[in-house]
Design a protein around this ligand. Structure first.
Ligand code: THU
Length: 142
C-alpha cells in the first residue's frame, strides 16, 4: 500500500488537475490522479457537457488516460474536490477502478482530510465487487 508521503504527493497532483476541470454546470470541479504500478502519475478532471448526463468524472478520465498509455495496473488513486473534503469516488468510478486493481495488492484510495490525507482501499469502498474474475470461465457458446 502507498505510504503517507506518496499519498500526499498524489493528492497534490489531483488538486492541480482540478484546475483543468470543465464544470460550468455543477460548479463542482474535481481532480484525480492515479499512480500506476510502474510509478507513473496520470491525472484527470471532470468534464461536463450541456447534455448533463454525458459528464465524465475526474477519476474515469485519469483511468482511461492511463489505460491508453498502456498501463494495466493502478496502485492508488487520489481525488480532490474544491468544495468538499473528503470527496469519495462515485459508485460508477469505483466499479471502473475495480477493473484495474493490481493483481496482488489492494488499490489505495486517497482523499483530502482535515489535517492530512485520508487513505483507504477500494475493497473497503466497494466490497463484494463484480469484476473480471466473475466472467472467467464463462462458456462462450452458452
Ligand atoms: N464528480 C467527479 O468528477 N468525481 C466524483 O467522484 C464525484 C463527482 C463530478 C461529476 C460532476 O461533474 C460533478 O462532480 C458534480 O457531480
Amino acid at each position: 500500500m502507498i505510504d503517507r508521503e506518496a499519498a500526499e504527493r498524489l493528492l497534490a497532483e489531483a488538486r492541480t488537475a482540478a484546475e483543468r476541470a470543465y464544470a460550468p454546470y455543477s460548479g463542482f470541479p474535481v481532480g484525480a490522479a492515479v499512480l500506476t504500478a510502474d510509478g507513473t502519475v496520470i491525472t484527470g478532471a471532470n468534464i461536463e457537457n450541456a447534455s448533463y448526463s454525458l459528464t465524465i468524472c475526474a477519476e474515469r478520465v485519469a483511468v482511461f488516460r492511463a489505460v491508453m498509455e498502456g498501463r494495466r495496473a493502478i496502485a492508488a488513486v487520489a481525488i480532490w474536490a474544491a468544495r468538499v473534503r473528503p470527496c469519495p469516488p462515485c459508485g460508477a468510478c469505483r466499479q471502473v477502478l475495480n477493473e484495474w486493481k493490481p493483481a496482488s495488492d489492494e488499490m489505495a484510495v486517497v482523499m483530502e482530510g482535515d489535517e492530512e490525507a485520508r487513505i483507504t482501499t477500494l475493497s473497503a469502498l466497494l466490497p463484494h465487487a463484480f469484476g473480471p474474475h466473475d466472467l472467467a470461465g464463462i462458456d462462450d457458446d452458452a
